[in-house]
Design a protein around this ligand. Sequence first.
Ligand SMILES: CC(=O)SCCNC(=O)CCNC(=O)[C@H](O)C(C)(C)COP(=O)(O)OP(=O)(O)OC[C@H]1O[C@@H](n2cnc3c(N)ncnc32)[C@H](O)[C@@H]1OP(=O)(O)O
Ligand SMILES: O=C([O-])CC(=O)C(=O)O
Length: 446
Amino acid sequence: MKKEYIVYKLSECAKQACRIDNELFTKYNVKRGLRNEDGTGVLVGLTKIGNVVGYERTEEGLKPIPGKLFYRGYDLADIVHALLKEKRFGFEEVAYLLLSGELPDNEQLDAFKELINDNMPLDKKTTMNIIDLEGQNIMNILARSVLEMYTFDPNPDDISRDNLMRQSIELISKFPTIIAYAYNIYRHSIHGRSLHIRHPHENLSIAENFLYMMKKEYTPLEARMLDLLLVLQAEHGGGNNSTFTVRVTSSTRTDTYSSIAAGIGSLKGPLHGGANIQMVKMFHHLKEVISDWTNIDEIDTYLIRMLHKEAYDGSGLIYGIGHAVYTISDPRAVLLKELASELVAEKGCEKEFAFLELLEQRAIECFKKVKGTKKQVCSNVDFYSGFIYEMIGLPIEIYTPLFAMARIVGWTAHRIEELNFEGRRIIRPAYKNVLEEVTYTPIGER
Ligand SMILES: CC(=O)SCCNC(=O)CCNC(=O)[C@H](O)C(C)(C)COP(=O)(O)OP(=O)(O)OC[C@H]1O[C@@H](n2cnc3c(N)ncnc32)[C@H](O)[C@@H]1OP(=O)(O)O
Ligand SMILES: O=C([O-])CC(=O)C(=O)O
């Protein structure tokens, strides 16, 4: 039998073996995707880190409300507006807050920033290792680099709180350097461009250092925008797929690097963090196929075809739209729209931005027309983030890694919580077997 045929044969059998009747989920009261009947997530834990609010529970049922996000009890919108008003970089402060539960004073923040700066440079072995890690996907290189960090950590398996905090700060500091180097090496080996390895500077924020390592020159507005994007994506409660992955793996008491690498793998998926790349690709496509960027009929016709799987990638999805918790709005998308305007003017992207805003509105309307009004959708953070990265002059290959560069803060904070609450227990849900037992047939009798 040919090898290709065997793969095909096994795959055909698997098609049948994977079939599970939808009614069985109702019959056995199984929460598909860990969701209740009304689409809300099944409660699986308690946290004090982030709070994601998208609806209210009333006697009549769920009431959609404008989305809100809280970091350690503080409204994210208040944090962002304070940073804008004070014209300060905020990602380091948010990292301090999320890791410790407290806002730092000036002295604490300065000391924390110094610690981050000290940890940003990669040692020679790690840099050489990234050069050796050939590959076309920066998330994949990031995950492999994180796993390699285990080798160079003198105390990798120690899950005491102090050691977890040390590892967390090292990861938060090193992610920007790993991503920038991985991209520059990828650009060199895949696109034949010159290779730059720039060492991070002392006294620069993470956002500034990242732009310096990536492209050397940047404007103050670009650095502030990147900082805000990092602030906005740093944390999203315990239930988002990547953070939950980190919590599930942490509950086995495995090492930090294994757990974070698993989180990276989850975030890479196109339904989660990977949606920011999909969104930008989809936007480029729509800019080409829609001839009049102001024509609602033309836009709607195409979006409806997409929803019917008749256009674009055939997935039936409009990327950047929909969320498991948010209904009327994702507060991060609302903030990004508000924050983008200054950069849009600096870059002269007004026409494109207007098209993107119109697409957002039409996608929501078309979704209602095709799917009905049972599920209320809004744009999510990935709808606008890629467009802003593009205006900052960052390449599409690093959009999901940039999400990881922000979310490493939430992941590590949740890992520390998962391993330190009194009633902790290995996470181990159940699957109901729905196949009857069969008698084994000896090979000669099949
Ligand atoms: C950082 C983040 O992770 S934010 C999310 C980023 N992901 C994306 O932007 C990808 C596009 N969006 C989606 O795929 C979804 O909205 C998700 C995965 C984010 C959330 O999904 P859920 O809340 O579980 O939605 P659910 O699966 O209940 O969807 C209900 C229906 O709406 C459809 N739907 C949801 N979002 C979309 C979308 N963006 N485009 C088309 N259809 C959608 C589903 O296919 C489903 O249709 P069906 O009932 O005919 O099968
Ligand atoms: O909460 C989710 O399901 C996904 C999300 O928006 C995030 O992780 O930022």
